[in-house]
Write a protein that binds this ligand. Structure first.
Ligand code: CUA
Length: 313
């Protein structure tokens, strides 16, 4: 199984910087207040402790100035943080220029991500590739229930609500792999709705887009050829698309370049022949609850389909 460690304080975007700054301001202020309150509590316990009740306690003289000072201080801190929060939220929610189209469209599905590049006519699943240096305007949608897109290093999180279109800014200042996960409980496999974002330099991104724009490779071996025929015959194409073949449905992930991805099943497994084969043979065993049916095929048929899909680099 594939493990992803997520550092939520990693940042390669202005928006994530803003969040981190706000968080650390809160942390410092809360830490100082905590120490002051604990210190005062210990001081009062020691100073006013009574070993034996031999006589009536004398009331302490009133310290109204101290009461007033703490009320003002506490209110001041709350107002300051209210202002800092409003400034951060306003900054992050700024709108793009009028008429700007989304650079990327991401649709949450139970339990995978559909990713489209409308300008480039490219469609992939689960692994988002982006160019560095550009602030991307990203449209978020849902195909079924509420999901939540969250890759901490790249900016804010946002819900994907059925029937509603949300937008976020996304940015990566330097190349790298940034990880995230669905952040809203969306059913049985919510935990395996991971996100893998690969940020490339603009040239590398251009190459990647070109490779994804190509139609699916034609099978070069007999077994892959048989796999392609089975893929079409066994109605896999009722849910999946492989551009360049008869399969054009978009219910499940686009498989045109499935073998070029690093992971399978929303980040649950490494993408290799064995896992791909095991998935086709027994979907419920690999990802219980997943919407892919078991077509009950012979071992040889499964081998052929897996061999075909694994050639789709
Ligand atoms: Cu999708 Cu949780």
């Amino acid at each position: 199984m594939n493990t992803i460690l997520n550092n939520i304080f990693q940042s390669v975007s202005e928006d994530a910087d803003t969040f981190n700054r706000l968080f650390y301001h809160f942390l410092w202020a809360a830490g100082i207040v905590f120490l002051l309150v604990m210190g005062a509590t210990v001081y009062v316990i020691l100073k006013f402790r009574v070993r034996k009740f031999t006589k009536a306690l004398k009331p302490e003289p009133k310290m109204q100035w101290l009461e007033r000072a703490t009320i003002f201080l506490a209110s001041g801190i709350i107002l300051l943080f209210l202002a800092l929060t409003i400034m951060a939220v306003t900054d992050i929610q700024r709108q793009p220029e009028k008429g700007q189209q989304a650079d990327i469209v991401i649709v949450g599905h139970q339990w995978w991500w559909e990713i489209r590049y409308p300008e480039e006519w490219v469609m992939v699943a689960n692994e988002l590739h982006i160019p560095t240096g550009k602030r991307l305007w990203v449209r978020l949608e849902s195909a079924d229930v509420v999901h939540d897109w969250y890759v901490p290093a790249l900016g804010r999180k946002a819900d994907m609500v059925p029937g509603v279109t949300n937008y976020i800014w996304m940015q990566a200042r330097k190349p790298g792999v940034y990880e995230g996960a669905c952040n809203e409980y969306c059913g049985a496999q919510h935990a395996w709705m991971r996100i893998r974002v690969v940020a490339h330099s603009p040239q590398d991104f251009g190459q990647w887009i070109n490779s994804q724009q190509e139609l699916a490779k034609t099978p070069s071996s007999a077994i892959a050829e048989k796999g392609k025929a089975l893929f079409e015959e066994k109605v896999c194409g009722n849910c999946h698309a492989i551009r360049g073949t008869k399969a054009v449905a978009t219910v499940g992930p686009d498989l045109t370049h499935v073998a070029s991805r690093k992971t399978l099943l929303g980040g649950k497994y490494e993408n290799n022949f064995e896992n791909l084969r095991a998935w086709i043979a027994n979907p419920q065993g690999m990802k219980p609850g997943a919407h892919m049916p078991n077509f009950i095929m012979t071992e040889k048929e499964i081998d052929a389909i897996a061999a075909y899909l694994y050639t789709l680099k």
